[in-house]
Design a protein around this ligand. Structure first.
Ligand code: DGJ
Length: 735
């Protein structure tokens, strides 16, 4: 089995070795000892040799149990276990634990059989990467804990065209009694520490996904969420990079979770200087009851190894997600340039105001009007009305269809905002169905933004809300939906679940969300869906399976966005980052930046506007057609190209610079923004990346033409700008 180039998956029976190969990486596991432990042998740069099981150190003390069961605990505590169990001598944190009928928590999984096939199966009810039989191969390793009667299928897919491996696990209760699953992580890597540094993405509302890097030390360091969504604060991404690894060199091991709920990542360094890197559903508050024969499918984790530093890792994630995760008909297309009325009007709008904005926007070349929060029920502020998805005809005189038709007559598309998962206490829906909100009997549930979370783990709640959304979409020519979610979960209690299943609520909520979004894009296949969560609290690969773009942050300030978009683009393609030009002083932080710079920064994402075009100064209005022309000129390149980070304002404190290079390396676009304005500086030279060394290029604004080699080694000049927060785009084309 495998690819003709040697890419794919092989099992070497004599040595009991599994080898997974992507174009530049290998992943090796071995079945060892009479007990069939599954050891993690190697993950890294591509190896031709497959039998490198000396890396498992089974000849060293503490040796395998069949040779020395007297020191079984020592073996368990040192062995690099592929999917470590719990409670049987390995004192590092494992991947799986249970509560059996007898009240015990221990698990030990050993191999019973395996199968290898081309392609990749869907994960039932869950988002996941996909690929054809030519594009990937899959390995399923069956393991069991015979004492418990528990079966676990470890699933691995190796992609043939991207250096990425995905993992997940399915657990089945083969016993005659119920088993409660209290932990079921999706991926784990045990390996020697190589002076690793831990890289993760952290933030807050309007300050999402800032990169944090720190050395790995002894003990455990976890990054996780208990908010029912990843949250603004933490992110389901984790990388271990060798000390000092930069954009171009150094090794990086990265994991990203295809999941939109509570997640858990951890790095643990042991007494033997090995590290255990793990990722999965947050075990806290997770308890899943498995009746006999029932299964639990854990979500997918994506693993990327790069020997070309963080840049190599980023490009693998981008390629994987563009080819093997995004499904929308828009994924490979320019997105309509939208104008969203949130920062333009907030709740203060009506049909006339929106048509006035649309009329002016259409003249400037804007292609879609998106009507944000406040068009339904009695929602004139954020303290009421969620759940009452009937058009407010006092605001929208003539109804939704009239408004949409008028906007369409201007040659523009129309989009609309929903927050389907929420309910306001002051709403007809809540008055009719108070038990539909997530809450614990006997406690007054905590509000956030004066709203509650609907219990979409319940089918009747999902069906009701979905039908409300669908009815609105059927009533007019709505071509875009922004699906928002403005508070995290709390007070976990569901009136639809028995006492011994309340620990399933967090995950069932996410499954309910996925089911609703799948229904939406199936029933409305041409719809452009943009996810959002109070800005970017649910920007994860799970949501990208349903929507090709996600609103990155409620902070639209061009300078703040540099850090947010740098962190986001570390993992996610530029085409997925919702980014708009907004008015100044910026509504989130009060800063004023040049209109041009706001345009450059938004051009790195989906591009759109979030302002009242009838109110901004004439000179800014005049710049909109120029920005739109730039979008049309560069968006194919930005959406499809290879991303290179050239400089980070977070590190140098002076300027930010990134580049996108077309796959054929005939074209590149550099975005430069100078953040620090200080006097008496000369120009600086920015070395480009990703060009063909022997191709000749012309650089916009420079006389003559130069070899790619020169531009990459010697760089292009970038002036020291006069004035605050100025920048520019530089287009490079091969002759
Ligand atoms: C949060 C979103 O991020 C904003 O863009 C806007 O849609 C508001 N919610 C509306 O309440």
């Amino acid at each position: 089995m495998g690819h003709s180039m040697g890419i794919g998956i092989q099992y070497y029976e004599k040595q009991r070795i599994f080898k997974l190969d992507t174009p530049h990486t290998s992943y090796i596991m071995a079945v060892v000892d009479d007990e069939n432990f599954l050891g993690h042998v190697y993950y890294g740069g591509r190896l031709e040799d497959y039998d490198v099981s000396y890396l498992l150190r089974t000849q060293e003390k503490p040796s395998a149990p069949s040779g020395n069961n007297r020191e079984r605990c020592s073996f368990m505590d040192a062995f690099p276990m592929e999917y470590p169990g719990h409670g049987l001598g390995d004192y590092r944190d494992g991947c799986i634990s249970v509560r059996s009928k007898g009240g015990h928590s221990a698990v030990n999984l050993t191999v019973t059989s395996h199968k290898i096939y081309d392609g990749k199966k869907k994960l039932e009810g869950l988002p996941a990467t996909f690929g054809t039989e030519k594009e990937c191969s899959t390995l399923e390793i069956e393991c069991e804990d015979a004492t418990l009667g528990l079966k676990a299928t470890l699933m691995y897919t190796a992609f043939h065209d991207v250096d990425a491996i995905t993992r997940s696990i399915k657990v089945t209760n083969m016993s005659g009694e119920e088993i409660y699953l209290t932990k079921a992580l999706s991926a784990c890597l045990d390996m020697d520490n190589k002076e690793f540094e831990h890289i993760s993405l952290h933030g807050s509302w309007a300050r999402e996904r800032h990169i944090q890097r720190q050395p790995v030390g002894y003990g455990k360091y976890a990054v996780s969420s208990l908010r029912g969504e990843p949250g603004h604060q933490e992110h389901p991404f984790l990388a271990l990079a060798t000390k000092g690894a930069g954009q171009d060199a150094g090794e990086v091991y990265a994991m990203n979770f295809v999941y939109s709920g509570n997640f858990f990542t951890q790095v643990e360094m042991s007494q033997y200087d090995s590290v255990r890197m793990s990722m999965g559903i947050q075990p806290e508050d997770f308890c899943w009851k498995l009746e006999p024969q029932e299964s639990f499918q854990a979500p997918e984790a994506v693993l990327v190894y790069s020997a070309e530093g963080l840049g190599g890792m980023t490009r693998s994630f981008h390629d994987l997600y563009r080819k093997h995760l995004l499904r929308s008909p828009y994924k490979d297309k320019k997105r309509p340039i939208l104008l969203n009325n949130w920062e333009a009007t907030y709740f203060d709008f009506d049909t006339d105001k929106l048509i006035g904005i649309a009329r002016q926007a259409s003249k400037l070349g804007i292609e879609m009007l998106v009507m944000d929060d406040g068009w339904f029920g009695k929602r004139n502020s954020d303290n009421c009305g969620l759940g009452d998805w009937q058009v407010n005809e006092e605001k929208l005189k003539g109804g939704l269809k009239y408004l949409v038709d008028e906007v369409n007559k201007l040659g523009m598309k129309f989009g609309i905002w929903f927050e389907p998962e929420m309910v306001s206490p002051d709403s007809d829906l809540y008055r009719a169905h108070p038990d539909w909100a997530i809450q614990i009997p006997g406690r007054t549930a905590a509000m956030a933004r004066e709203q509650y979370v609907l219990d979409i783990s319940r089918k009747e709640v999902r069906d009701y809300v979905y039908e409300c959304v669908a009815k609105v979409l059927r009533s007019a020519n709505v071509e875009y939906v922004k699906w928002d979610m403005n508070r995290p979960l709390s007070d976990l209690g569901s009136s639809g679940l028995a006492a011994d299943r309340q620990g399933e609520l967090y995950h069932r909520y996410v499954l309910g969300l996925y089911e609703m979004q799948e229904r939406l894009i199936t029933d409305f296949p041409d719809l452009l869906l943009e996810n959002c969560s109070g800005g970017g609290a649910r920007f994860d690969p799970g949501m990208l399976y349903y929507s090709p773009q996600i609103w990155c942050s409620d902070d639209t300030d061009a300078i703040e966005r540099l850090a947010i978009q740098e962190g986001t683009a570390l993992v996610y393609p530029l085409s997925t980052m919702g980014a708009h030009v907004s008015d100044c002083p910026n509504h989130a932080i009060g800063r004023t930046t040049p209109f041009e710079t706001r345009g450059y920064v938004a051009l790195a994402g989906t591009f759109g506007y979030e302002l009242d075009v009838t109110k901004i100064p004439q000179e800014e209005q005049k710049m909109i057609p120029e920005q739109i022309a730039m979008y049309h000129k560069y968006n194919d390149l930005v959406r499809e190209g290879d991303y290179y980070r050239l400089a980070s304002y977070q590190e140098n404190k002076v300027y930010d610079c990134y580049e996108v290079v077309s796959k054929d390396r005939k074209e590149a676009l550099v975005t430069y923004v100078q953040v620090l304005n200080s006097s008496n500086r000369r120009s600086r030279h920015i070395c480009l990346k990703g060009l063909k060394a022997d191709a000749v290029y012309r650089v916009e604004g420079m006389e003559g033409s130069y070899l790619g080699d020169t531009l990459m080694k010697a760089g292009i000049p970038m002036e020291n700008f006069w004035g605050d927060f100025r920048g520019k785009l530089v287009h490079i084309t091969a002759l």
